[in-house]
Ligand binder design. Sequence first.
Ligand SMILES: [Zn+2]
Length: 361
Amino acid sequence: MVTEIVPGLFRLSIPMTAGGLGWTTPYVFRGNDGLTLFDCGYGTRGAIEALTEQIGELDGKIADIKRLFVSHAHPDHLGMAKWIKDQAPGCELVMMGSERFTYGQIHHRDPQQAERDSNAWALKHGLDMTIDLKIEDDGPRRWINEERELDKEIEARRRGNSDTATTVEMATRTLGRIEPDVRLHDGDEYSFDGWSLKAVWTPGHTPGHLCIYDPKRKFTFTGDHVLSRITPNVSLASEDEEIGRSPLREFRASLQKVADLDSELGLPAHQDTIADLPKRCLEILEHHDERLDEVYNALGGRISAAEVAENVEWSKPYETFSIFKRRAALGETLSHLQVLVEDGRVRRVELADNRVVWEHV
Ligand SMILES: [Zn+2]
């Protein structure tokens, strides 16, 4: 479905085959110079067909895409970028310079070693990733497989050969390895075709999340930073723990930053557009204040972050969560515990066996 926001600016709806959000909603700027996109979608067959069709409704072709802004390096936003660049040579990928490409790194390294490291980290925080919960969640697996198929095709076409073994090996190594052509800094201005946009660095959901502000029309493109009905996952990852990064603290500051923009319309990458963006930012801030208290109250004695996650309320009962969802819940709980430590309310204790537990100060 294509919706016109103002003449020359359109909102698309690209289906997501995995995850519960239903659609990614990229924005298209149509100009004399060609097309500019903000976000794309998963690199899956269904998503590609939908994008091609909807760009067609705007009398355009994928090859007309001159630049692609991507809010952050998650597959429902960046997944199709490689395919777009393959179809539209010269298309510039524009992202925030500080973004972290975990998705790519996973495939750069030995995947088995990466999985062992990740499992060891979860176990340190009380979650055993190796137990079979008998709860199915094929979402992540499905899109990874679909993107892998597409990647093989792109590589095969590029190489112009059909040596399957080499192609598969190439695909595994190149999957997710995509580098931005333009790396933005906070406050950078980027102009094209009568549009003058400003980069707003909004770390939290990811370290280099990009929102875009149009000061002339007072539009704010919010990516996943601000959504109309849900709050994005804000997780502490092992890399954050290593460098002492506090994603939730960053997220809260980024919400305030967006609330302070003079916005008349919030244009998110999923769900509905947001008429009162400052109000929505403040609602999400309030939600996390309550969540901090809830996490604090879930502590008793010395317990692991995974036990805290079991004790707080989620949108669905924790017992029904697949292991992937439990991993996400663990990261989310840890980002709250980290802020409680910084606020002097909670203490982090590393035990002799390398496990980490948390207690009230
Ligand atoms: Zn998303």
